[in-house]
Design a protein around this ligand. Structure first.
Ligand code: ZN
Length: 155
């Protein structure tokens, strides 16, 4: 029987979730999905430049698991660059420490801690910069794809 997996801890949601090569007709594009935990592994290892041990601790997983995760993510990214694929970043069994709230009207971005208590209730907060209620919660948005089982899904 498979053991239930601990959700992987993610600092915050990806700011950009959809990439596509220029000049390739849609019908010819294959889509590759990078899960949010794969995105976080690449962010920690290759963007922040952390060694695998501290990076794995940030995500609350073993070093071996982190190593497998980042290898798989790099292979996907290499195929995307070389073969020209569409990339979506979504889903995964993850737990966000922060979310980004993006105002669709003025472009203001707010990084907020995600507390269990406010799970699913914070998307109707107004923008602190302009007062608009057209605010998107990027952690929720990242989990809206297929297979998402994040803690901030389903509100
Ligand atoms: Zn605003």
């Amino acid at each position: 029987m498979p053991r239930p997996r601990r959700p992987r801890r993610i600092y915050g949601p990806p700011r950009f979730r959809h990439f596509k090569p220029v000049g390739v007709p849609r019908r010819l594009l294959d889509t590759v999905t990078l899960t949010v935990d794969e995105y976080e592994a690449v962010r920690l290892a290759d963007y922040e430049g952390l060694d695998q041990q501290p990076a794995s601790e940030r995500m609350n997983i073993s070093r071996t698991t982190f190593s497998r995760l980042v290898d798989g993510a790099r292979r996907k990214l290499a195929a995307i660059l070389i073969e020209g694929k569409e990339l979506r970043i979504e889903g995964g069994d993850v737990d966000f420490a922060h979310t980004l709230q993006l105002c669709r009207d003025c472009g203001d971005e707010e990084l907020r801690e995600t507390a269990v208590a406010d799970e699913g209730t914070d998307t109707d907060e107004a923008c602190p910069a302009c007062g608009s209620e057209n605010v998107e919660d990027l952690a929720l948005a990242a989990m809206r794809g297929r297979g998402g089982r994040g803690r901030r899904q389903g509100s």
